[in-house]
Design a protein around this ligand. Sequence first.
Ligand SMILES: *Cc1c(COP(=O)(O)O)cnc(C)c1O
Length: 426
Amino acid sequence: MNSTELPGHPHIAYRDNALFVEDVRVSDLARDHGTPLFVYSTASMREALAAYQRGFAGRKLHICYAMKANSSLAMLQFFARQGCGFDIVSGGELERVLAAGGEAGKVIFSGVGKTRAEMRQALQAGILCFNVESEAELEVLSEVATALGKRAPVSIRVNPNVDPKTHPYISTGLKGNKFGVAHERTLATYQRAAALPGLQVVGIDFHIGSQITEVSPYLDATDRLLDLIELIEAAGIPIHHIDFGGGLGINYNGDTPPAADALWQQLFAKLDARGFGDRQFMIEPGRSLVGNAGLCATEVLYLKPGEEKNFCIVDAAMNDLPRPAMYQAYHAIVPLQPRTGSPAQEYDVVGPVCESGDWIGRDRSLAVQQGDQLAVLSAGAYCMAMSSNYNTRGRAAEVLVDGGQAHLIRTRETAADTFRNEHLLP
Ligand SMILES: *Cc1c(COP(=O)(O)O)cnc(C)c1O
């Protein structure tokens, strides 16, 4: 059998002219479960996780999967079974972790806007750490913890203000954004945290952005973080763990991010040189664990030739795949069954939603006919988790493949599902 793996998409391959995820033919899944359909590869996720584990071999590491990338219960269950904890950003995500069999004691709670109710919920569940993002949040967290007779374990998210001129794509580690505590305020903030009765300082963290494809921003941010740790510890406040956040990119369109183990090899050269190599480390990867493990299968409903553009109208839309509409993001689009010999044409691949922003790919060269099926690649992260019911479209079904086995992990939503919490007037 002739098998060609798609570059950058491990375990997604053509075998005899049909697209497979591991040992399962995607068109068989589309026949059984309909389209649009998300399909994920367990082996791909396992390998992505293993790259981090290799990078930290012999070190003390706790991996918290940043579940906002894909929070479907079975995905969480997979990572929990691999021993991972979770980086959560809401009380709802904590409930998901527990529903999936994850342990509260391995959860860290990030986010700039935690409510008192969420703080209470997380304290009662006994999470590992609150990643605090502002001085005001520290005060409230201490109050909430004190009222419960508890001390909240805290790490403070530092905004390392990595130079935007050299790394303009970094979106969360710059002065001008809402995340973290300013570099200059860090020591004062730690001193305040250490003085508050309801808090226990345990760590420090940063998260400088997402879809980072170079090593240098991590190196720069790490230097700044280590400077701060030296300053804070010299002031008598021990830092138990160092959390480097997530953000490592994936290959969407010829992007060449470092492999996780290569990245960490370079970071450990610095950490070892500065005497920090034997600390307790945490990381919060999201996209890099699941992004290229997933695709979205979709059917071509109509071809619509035009004077300026040809449109390929598919049954997946911006409610299923919001990244192009939200960030003008690129997802590769490939046929499930390539038509050998028929000529390709340029199409804008669009969905049925009534918005011009509802596009999935622009100016794509495709040899397609009505009724063909396509796969939108790199759809494992920030797709289903960001999906909506816009246009009263039920959310797609999801399948998790493991070798030759395909597990339906989410049933397609019906219209009735989408309005089950609504009430008619009396
Ligand atoms: C989103 C987020 C992550 C994960 O980012 P990825 O780019 O998906 O790896 C990690 N930490 C925090 C605080 C986040 O907000």
